[in-house]
Structure formats: C-alpha cells, structure tokens
Design a protein around this ligand. Structure first.
Ligand SMILES: [Zn+2]
Length: 72
C-alpha cells in the first residue's frame, strides 16, 4: 500500500520537530494563567473572594454569564 503523504518537493524545507522539553514550561505557564483567569471569572465572589469589594466581579460579570457560571 502506497503512503498518502507525498515526499517534500525539492527545494522545500521541513520544519524542525518541536521538543516537548522546550514547550513544557510555556504550556505550564499558559495553564496557570488560564486557571487564574478561570478563578477570577468563575469564583471571585462571596466566600471564595480574595479581593474585597465587588469591583473584579463587576468587571468580569458579562464573561461570567457568557460562560454559564452561576451568579445571581
Ligand atoms: Zn450575574
């Protein structure tokens, strides 16, 4: 059975493979950033609130409703 992937044409370059060790710290950083964002959108209210007042909650209120988090 012939392979369906054509060999690279002459003169073209193939991209270097991306090693997992090189992107792992950035993936971890992006994951932590997403978790922080998820906390502020979804849980920065009431008993789980880290910041006093409701400013953060009001700023993220539309996103909270858009993503379906329980609110009011
Ligand atoms: Zn609401």
């Amino acid at each position: 059975m012939a392979s369906s992937i054509a060999p690279p044409a002459a003169g073209t370059t193939t991209p270097a493979p991306l090693p997992l060790k090189a992107i792992a710290p950035w993936a971890l950083f992006a994951g932590v950033l997403m978790l922080v964002l998820l906390y502020f959108v979804g849980a920065e209210q009431g008993a789980t609130s880290l910041l006093s007042g409701s400013d953060v909650h009001e700023w993220l209120h539309d996103g909270r409703h858009l993503l379906g988090f329980p609110c009011h």
